[in-house]
Design a protein around this ligand. Structure first.
Ligand SMILES: Nc1nc2c(ncn2[C@@H]2O[C@H](COP(=O)(O)OP(=O)(O)O)[C@@H](O)[C@H]2O)c(=O)[nH]1
Ligand SMILES: [Mg+2]
Length: 420
């Protein structure tokens, strides 16, 4: 064989060997590098998961951190995370002595807003809502020269706001004769004159206290709520219970609207929030008078300060109504005297609502009016007409659907609200 050929073969073999060995060595180092970076990444991930688990344990001893990381973290740092959760658990035990899982927790009752600040809110809400008849009156009266047609506008504004024909005429007459308005034309004086006259017509000196709040009231003092379906009786019963609770009184409710179990449920929800018991029947269509009887017996036995009985308003005619309400009243009076019958009237229904209200007033005899939904009404003048026509004061006003949106009616707050 030629020497050159031999040298070439050897060279090829040597190069091949170098390539094989080099490749093996390179592969090995790369694998090492990959392994190392995998391990680094794993270590970093473990550390992160452990940290997450720790902070989750710090946030809450009962809520679990996300499922997978929980397993890893428990492996990585079991002692630490367990220690942390047991500290959390014990500290939460000291904060709330009844653990949710073992004994039934005491329900946390809401603290209703006291009566005082509610009227302030009424004022603010009236001035914001579409109840602008006071403002409209002021804008007309503050003009320099009042023509006949301006005075007609004043009267129309009053009628539109449901002040009622008789009261509107009287008010216009008095405004025309007031020197502060006729004599022109300091706006502050015009406003003061209008405020005075409106206060007179709304009735600044009526006794608007609930009978239950008067000295020498019966104890338990019984209130029956009546009114057309949908006016807000049940809602008002719930809100009124809160007002009494805010005043430190022991309250009980009777669900004598037995047309649907849902009505009693609605009342129970209100009662539960402030810890007031509700006497009810579970049967749809049960005798409302028997619920009233049981409720009054229970209120007497448990020495409640106030019992409020919610009734239904779904009655076809006056005879029907007199029958049912009369019976509720009679059976209640076997246990306790009835101190108050409150008629709930929806302010947004205006004169239509008034006609129905009169039927209720005749059927049972009322001692006061709750004007509900005054927040959504431009007809605030109904305060004036309802008092004139039914002969009883507006005692409370509903200002919205919120639990504390019921306030004792305060004529000054009301007049300032509609003039603002
Ligand atoms: N905006 C407003 N809604 C009210 C007021 N009072 C009651 N409502 C709403 O009127 C509806 C009927 O109330 P409800 O108490 O069931 O009437 P009931 O049939 O007379 O018992 C409900 O949607 C209440 O939230 C109020 O003062 N303002
Ligand atoms: Mg109801």
């Amino acid at each position: 064989m030629d020497t050159n050929v031999i040298i070439a073969i050897v060279a090829v073999v040597v190069i091949a060997a170098i390539l094989v060995i080099g490749g093996w060595w390179l592969g090995k180092t790369r694998k090492n590098a990959v392994n190392k970076s995998t391990e680094d990444a794993k270590a970093a991930a473990d550390a992160r998961l452990a940290a997450e688990a720790k902070s989750a344990a710090a946030d809450s001893s009962t809520v679990k951190p996300s499922v997978d990381s929980n397993v890893d973290a428990a492996e990585k740092a079991p002692a630490e995370s367990q220690q942390k959760s047991s500290v959390q658990a014990s500290s939460s035990e000291t904060a709330a002595p009844a653990p949710a899982t073992e004994t039934k927790p005491e329900p946390v009752h809401e603290t209703p807003e006291a009566a005082g600040s509610r009227m302030q809110r009424l004022k603010a809400r009236l001035s914001k809502s579409g109840n602008p008849f006071g403002k409209a009156l002021f804008n007309i009266l503050a003009k320099d020269q009042l023509s006949e047609s301006d005075w007609e506008d004043v009267e129309d504004t009053l009628l539109l706001a449901d002040v009622g024909a008789e009261a509107s005429e009287q008010l216009v007459e008095e405004l025309r004769n007031d020197a502060r308005i006729a004599g022109q034309s300091d706006p502050a004086e015009v406003r003061a004159a209008l405020r005075d006259k409106l206060l007179d017509v709304v009735g600044r000196d009526m006794d608007r206290r609930l009978n239950a709040d008067k000295e020498g009231a019966n104890r338990p003092s019984v209130i029956i709520m009546v009114g057309v379906n949908g006016t807000g009786k049940t809602t008002t019963t719930g809100k009124l219970a809160r007002l009494f609770v805010a005043d430190g009184k022991k309250v009980m409710l009777g669900a004598a609207d037995t047309f649907r179990a849902a009505a009693a449920d609605q009342l129970e929800t209100w009662g539960a929030k402030v810890g007031v018991p509700v006497v009810r029947s579970d049967k749809d269509g049960a005798d409302p008078a028997s619920v009233a009887f049981e409720a009054s017996a229970k209120a007497k036995e448990e020495n409640a300060d106030v019992l409020i009985i919610d009734t239904a308003g779904r009655l076809q005619n006056k005879a029907n109504l007199m029958d049912e309400l009369g019976k509720i009243r009679r059976v209640t009076e076997k246990n306790l005297p009835v101190d108050e019958v409150l008629l709930v009237l929806d302010a947004t229904t205006g004169q239509n609502g008034m006609a129905q209200a009169k039927v209720f007033a005749e059927a049972i005899g009322i001692t006061g009016v709750v004007l509900s939904k005054l927040d959504g009404s431009a007809k605030g003048g109904i305060v004036v007409s309802v008092q004139k026509e039914l002969g009883v004061p507006v005692k409370l006003v509903g200002l919205g659907e919120g639990p504390d949106d019921l306030a004792p009616f305060d004529p000054e707050g009301f007049v300032d609200g509609i003039l603002a």
